[in-house]
Design a protein around this ligand. Structure first.
Ligand code: ADP
Length: 198
């Protein structure tokens, strides 16, 4: 098994790269999706969040009100740390379960937006960092429906390009077109993945 850790700032193009890798046969484990799953109604994760932050983080139907929780943790680093302490271990555990179920010759791509922030670079055979300059990311995020202020706040709350670069084995530059991105992923697959897979 080849374990790839894929990261990059919000709006850099991680999801696009993971879709390109999936098209070549990789199994993608998406940390953001798992982070939502572990807080679904009826989960121990959601119960722990309600114990920590109170019932006001629930909608009237008993689901997590993500907007309310986001407003709390974006305004308060200590609160964010308490949320992370609940969610991150659950995400790591669920990711490990998913990885343990894939065939031994698989290429597994772990799409982990906070790979650098959570100190997980050492867990992978290959760390791939997707980069795009911040202004390009802001305009792509606006295209995806975020407000400009939200896009900038989220970028500012994450690690810097320099911090991500420091742990990268491969840097994919996504400042250009989708075609240029696809060419880089093709090269990555040919040079760094196919020769070592299995
Ligand atoms: P991330 O997963 O890192 O947040 P996405 O892969 O979702 O980023 O990309 C952010 C947005 O930018 C998406 O709407 C995506 O379709 C678009 N996008 C990604 N790469 C490019 C590119 N090279 N040119 C134009 N738009 C792009």
């Amino acid at each position: 098994m080849l374990k790839i850790g894929l990261t990059g700032g919000i709006g850099s193009g991680k999801s696009t790269v993971s879709a390109l890798l999936a098209a070549r046969g990789a199994t993608v484990v998406d940390a953001d999706r798992i982070a939502r799953e572990v807080l679904e109604p009826g989960t121990p994760g959601l119960a722990a969040v309600v114990t920590e932050f109170g019932p006001e983080v629930l909608t009237s139907e008993g689901a997590l009100d993500r907007a309310v929780l986001a407003a709390i943790v974006f305004a308060d680093d200590a609160a964010r740390g308490r949320l992370d302490a609940i969610v991150h271990p659950l995400v790591r555990k669920r990711s490990a379960e998913l990885v343990s179920a894939v065939p031994p010759d698989a290429v597994v791509v772990n799409d982990v937006p906070l790979l650098v922030e959570t100190g997980q670079a050492g867990s992978y055979d290959l760390v791939v960092v997707v980069e795009a300059d911040p202004e390009t990311r802001v305009s792509r995020l606006i295209g995806r429906g975020l407000s400009e202020a939200d896009a900038r706040a989220r970028i500012a709350a994450q690690a810097t390009d320099e911090q991500r670069r420091a742990v990268a084995d491969v840097v994919v530059d996504n400042s250009g077109t989708q075609e240029q991105l696809a060419e880089q992923v093709e090269r990555l697959w040919a040079e760094r993945v196919s020769p070592t897979a299995g």
